[in-house]
Design a protein around this ligand. Structure first.
Ligand code: NDP
Ligand code: OXD
Length: 307
């Protein structure tokens, strides 16, 4: 049996999972269930202690790509597999989101929007893609595609990951020392990292200060990776040009936070790439079948690495 916990769109998830798993009994919280019959869970943000009630649990399928809210829970025994969504329609959305952000700064749409506001007519010298250095942090399922697509469009793309990666058209780097040097050669920084103990607070004041004057940030990984106070200081000092922010330490951001009104910031409510229910349900069904058959499962989380 597969039991579903989701705070969002419960009925749509139930329908999609039942359609994708015709031979599996699917039920959803808060409907009563025989807890010892539940082998699999499909879940997003369940309350504390939720997982502990299922003694025969084999795997949890997450309803998103990021697993930061799963790996550190103490109600998930270490033998229970955590399997995350891989792509399921998110890669295309993220590639669009990042491209929008890159074009905003490369083609000066941020400046022109501000000028329009002030009834100000001023043309800026164009900057080509080939003159724009974009660095993508995180070269996984999502970041890898984002980086190669930007390279195809002619941007000068560098990428950064934990281990060595090779991606066509992308100068790939790894390790913290490489990051410091990379930041100094970045016009637009794109963050697509998972939240782990090593990436939390990664983009702090000193690292942000390494970006060249006039650099911009597109931030769609996780909210705990970017120091917002340092960002505001650098924007206000005109050291940084602007930011496109999709994820925040607290979501929604408190109403009195200065970023809501910041003229150099475009904020979106964690929508850079949202889970598409039907392809995601099909993916969960395929992963469940592979797991059941003892095969390789894409998206199996390495709990030691936190992603
Ligand atoms: P993956 O696990 O496929 O990729 C993660 C990438 O981050 C890998 O390249 C990995 O390196 C790299 N990485 C991890 N830790 C480090 C580190 N310490 N130093 C350097 N690089 C590191 O994840 P996805 O691409 O599927 O997703 C990435 C993240 O995007 C998610 O975890 C989530 O936080 C965020 N996300 C945001 C969405 C939104 O709407 N804003 C939607 C979906 C996801 P290596 O290649 O060496 O393993
Ligand atoms: C995800 C997200 O991790 O929506 O899937 O951020």
């Amino acid at each position: 049996m597969l039991y579903l916990y989701t705070p969002y769109q419960r009925e749509a998830w139930l329908d999609a999972l039942r359609a994708a798993l015709p031979d599996v009994t699917v039920a959803a919280w808060p409907d009563p269930v025989k807890v010892d019959a539940v082998r699999y869970l499909a879940a997003w943000r369940p309350p504390e202690h939720f997982f502990a009630q299922f003694p025969a649990l084999k795997a949890v399928f997450t309803l998103g790509a990021g697993v930061d809210r799963f790996v550190e829970r103490n109600d998930l025994a270490s033998h229970v597999a955590i399997v995350r969504l891989t792509d399921a329609g998110m890669v295309a959305q993220m590639a669009e989101y990042v491209l929008y952000g890159v074009l905003r700064f490369q083609r000066d749409f941020d400046l022109y929007a501000a000028q329009q506001h002030g009834h100000h007519w001023l043309q800026h010298a164009p900057r080509s893609a080939a003159q724009t250095r974009v660095t993508v942090l995180g070269l996984g399922e999502i970041g890898g595609v984002v980086a190669t697509r930007l390279a195809t469009l002619g941007y000068v793309v560098s990428g950064w990951s934990r281990g060595r990666r090779a991606l066509e058209g992308v100068a790939c780097h790894e390790g913290l020392t490489a990051l410091e040097a990379l930041l100094e050669q970045t016009d637009i920084l794109v963050n697509l990292l998972p939240s782990t103990p090593r990436t939390r607070s990664l983009l702090d004041g000193p690292r942000l200060s390494r970006l060249p004057a006039g650099a911009a940030i597109i931030h769609a990984g996780r909210g705990d990776q970017l120091d917002l106070d340092a960002l505001v200081l650098l924007l206000d000092a005109d050291r940084l040009r602007g930011a496109v922010l999709d994820v925040f330490p607290e979501e929604p951001l408190p109403p009195d936070h200065p970023l809501w009104r910041h003229p150099k910031v475009l904020m979106t409510p964690h929508v850079a790439a949202t889970t598409l229910i039907v392809p995601a349900a099909q993916q969960i069904a395929d992963k469940l079948a592979a797991l059941h058959a003892g095969g390789q499962v894409a998206g199996l989380v390495d709990r030691e690495q936190y992603y």
